[in-house]
Design a protein around this ligand. Structure first.
Ligand SMILES: Cc1ncc(C[n+]2csc(CCOP(=O)(O)OP(=O)(O)O)c2C)c(N)n1
Ligand SMILES: [Mg+2]
Length: 320
C-alpha cells in the first residue's frame, strides 16, 4: 500500500484519539454531561471499515459511537456541539454522546440499547434490496450484543433474504464488567455467525490495514450478491467502559499488554520503517488535529441551547 492512503488512515485514527482525550477532559470539567463511552484503543476498527465504504452506503453504530461518526465524515464541530447538548449538534443536542445522528452522511445513529442498531441495519438493507439500490449497510456492535435475542433474529433474516449487511462485531472481550467467557458458552463469534450461513471471519482489529483488507473482501462478497458478511474484529478498549467504571474486573497487566498493540503506534512504526513518516510529520499532524479540535470546542461552547418553546417539537413527526 502506498504512503498516501496509510497517512490518511493514521490521520483519522489520531483525530479520533485526540478528540476523545479532549472529551474526557471536558467531561471531568462538567462541560460534557450524561454518559460518555470512549473508543480509545479501538480506532482501527472504525477507520479500517469506513475507509472501504462508499458515501451512499449506510452506517449504524452503538453508544460507543464517536469514532464511527468522525470516520464517517460527520463534522467534528457538530459532534462536539452534540456532546455539549447544543442545538447546533448533529442531533440538535437532544441525543448527546450516545445518539450521534447525521442523515446527510447516512449515519443512522448511535444507540443506547445493546444490539438495538441491528434491526435498524437489517431494515435499511431490506429497503435497499427492495428498491434495487447497490448499497451496503455496515452495522457496528459489541460482543455483548451477540447475547441478545434480536442479534440472532437479525442474523437469520439477513442471511435468509441475502441482504447487503456488513456485520462488524467489535469483540473487546468485555460487556461492561462481564468477560465474554463468563457470559457466552461459545466465544468464537465468527463461528457462531457462520452457523447462520453467511461468510464470516476473524480479523486483527488492532491492525487498521488488516481491517481495511477484510472489509474490502467482505464488500466484494456483499456487492456481488453473496448476502451478508460478518467480521469478528478482535480489539480492546484501553479506557474504562464509561466514565463511571472503577475497572475491578480486569488486571492492569492485561490492559498494559494490549496497549503494546496500540493501533496508532503500530501503523506509525510500519510507516517509519518504510521511511514514510518523520517526527516533523507527526508533529504537524498533531498540530493540525489539535487546531480542528480547538475549533470544534469553540463552536460547541458558543453554540446556543434549544429554545424552551421548541422543547416539545420532534416528539411526533411534524405536518408540513
Ligand atoms: C438491552 C440492553 N441491556 C443492557 C444494557 C446495559 N449495558 C450498557 S453497555 C452494556 C455492555 C455491552 O457490551 P458490548 O456490546 O460488548 O459493547 P462494548 O461496551 O464492549 O463496546 C450493557 C450490558 C443496555 N444498554 N441495553
Ligand atoms: Mg464488548
Amino acid at each position: 500500500m502506498s504512503a498516501e492512503p496509510r497517512a490518511a488512515l493514521l490521520r483519522e485514527m489520531v483525530r479520533i484519539r485526540r478528540f476523545e482525550d479532549k472529551c474526557a477532559e471536558l467531561y471531568s470539567a462538567a462541560k460534557i454531561r450524561g454518559f460518555l463511552h470512549l473508543y480509545v484503543g479501538e480506532e482501527a476498527v472504525a477507520v479500517g471499515v469506513l475507509a472501504r465504504l462508499r458515501p451512499d452506503d449506510a452506517v449504524v453504530s452503538t453508544y460507543r459511537d464517536h469514532g464511527h461518526a468522525l470516520a464517517r465524515g460527520v463534522p467534528m464541530a457538530a459532534v462536539m456541539a452534540e456532546m455539549h447538548g447544543k442545538v447546533s449538534g448533529c442531533s440538535r443536542g437532544r441525543g448527546g454522546s450516545m445518539h450521534l445522528f447525521d442523515a446527510e452522511h447516512r449515519f443512522y445513529g448511535g444507540n443506547a440499547i445493546v444490539g438495538g442498531g441491528l434491526p435498524v441495519a437489517v431494515g435499511l438493507a431490506l429497503s435497499d434490496a427492495m428498491r434495487g439500490h447497490d448499497r451496503i449497510t455496515a452495522c457496528f456492535f459489541g460482543d455483548g450484543a451477540v447475547a441478545e435475542g434480536e442479534f440472532h433474529e437479525c442474523m437469520n433474516l439477513a442471511a435468509l433474504w441475502k441482504l447487503p449487511v456488513l456485520f462488524c462485531c467489535e469483540n473487546n472481550l468485555y460487556a461492561m464488567g462481564t468477560a465474554l467467557s463468563k457470559a457466552q458458552a461459545e466465544t468464537d463469534l465468527a463461528l457462531r455467525a457462520a452457523s447462520y450461513g453467511m461468510a464470516s471471519w476473524p480479523v486483527d482489529g488492532m491492525d487498521v490495514l488488516a481491517v481495511r483488507a477484510a472489509t474490502e473482501r467482505a464488500t466484494q462478497v456483499i456487492r456481488g450478491g453473496g448476502g451478508p458478511c460478518f467480521l469478528e474484529l478482535h480489539t480492546y478498549r484501553f479506557r474504562a467502559h464509561s466514565m463511571y467504571d472503577p475497572e475491578r474486573y480486569r488486571d492492569k497487566s492485561e490492559v498494559e499488554r494490549w496497549k503494546r498493540h496500540d493501533p496508532i503506534d503500530r501503523l506509525a512504526e510500519a510507516m517509519r520503517a518504510d521511511g514514510e513518516l518523520t517526527d516533523a510529520a507527526v508533529e504537524e499532524l498533531e498540530r493540525a488535529v489539535d487546531e480542528e479540535i480547538a475549533h470544534a470546542v469553540d463552536f460547541a461552547e458558543s453554540a446556543p441551547v434549544e429554545p424552551v418553546e421548541d422543547l416539545t417539537r420532534f416528539v411526533y413527526a411534524e405536518r408540513p
